[in-house]
Write a protein that binds this ligand. Structure first.
Ligand SMILES: [Zn+2]
Length: 260
């Protein structure tokens, strides 16, 4: 493992463009339940309640149901973990160019990552369904708890919607295009905590590999990509990513001290 870690760190350090993509597995150690697993959200809630058509038909009820879900994902108990922090540190040091995420918890931004492409939006924001104005979600959730169902835009009176991709909605096109462009230009593509079972996350790593990227995967379980990966770490991201970030740093320090 240590040799693999050192070589993966070297690949990241030497890359002109290193890109990471994260899924639910990066946030489970922050106490965020996943959707499909044993204690997943879909064991207790009906996915149909979070469909675009229900938001349109009964936005007030949609918001009341949504409060439960958001309480588990966006409460004060939810904080970035060492995996989010390691990815932010890699970007700060110039070793990571961009981070694509399937998660809507906003934890990468909270950890300090700046170039974050959110494929499914962010539950930390709401968006006016009519004029597109965006607002922080927490005060709007307080308004819903206080009885404003549905919450409305102060500018145009339109209904506010969590700024996340609901079932029945398209992914944000700009984010999708940027993610594809990054996958095509990456020299190193790092996949963290994603089972790669949901599009477009399922196909982005394949695009990167097709364009010659060195592939690094950090995931507890085997992924469909395993045959095409140079460095396949079956590990907990909160354990492995800080070590990988330290190895990226350590190698740079060793190289600098060897200079005359
Ligand atoms: Zn509006």
């Amino acid at each position: 493992m240590d040799d693999a870690l050192r070589f993966a760190a070297q690949a990241i350090r030497e890359a002109e463009c290193a890109v990471a993509m994260t899924g639910a597995g990066v946030s489970t150690n922050s106490g965020i339940p996943d959707f499909r697993g044993e204690n997943g959200l879909w064991k207790t809630h009906d996915p149909a309640d979070f469909h675009r058509s229900r938001f349109e038909a009964s936005p007030g009820e949609f918001w009341r149901d949504r409060l439960d879900v958001d309480a588990a994902r966006h409460g004060e108990h939810v904080a970035p973990n060492p995996a989010h922090e390691a990815l932010a540190a890699l970007e700060t040091r110039g070793a990571l160019d961009a981070l694509i995420t399937q998660n809507i918890d906003g934890l990468h931004t909270k950890a300090g990552s700046e170039h974050v492409i959110e494929l499914h939006g962010s539950g930390e924001r709401v968006v006016c369904d009519d004029c597109g104005r965006r607002l922080a979600a927490a005060p709007v959730r307080d308004r819903v708890r206080g009885g404003e169902t549905p919450p409305r835009c102060a500018d145009c009176g339109g209904v506010l919607k969590p700024d996340v991709v609901l079932f029945g909605e398209q992914l944000p096109q700009a984010a999708l295009l940027e993610a594809h462009a990054l996958a095509e230009s990456a020299d190193v593509f790092l996949v963290v905590g994603s089972s790669l079972s949901v599009e477009p996350a399922a196909s982005l790593p394949g695009t990167a590999a097709d364009h010659g990227a060195t592939m690094v995967v950090v995931n507890l379980d085997r992924t469909p990509l395993s045959g095409r990966v140079e460095y396949d770490f079956r590990a907990d991201a909160t354990d492995l990513l800080p070590r990988l970030a330290a190895a990226v740093d350590g190698g740079a320090a060793a190289r600098d001290s060897a200079r005359p």
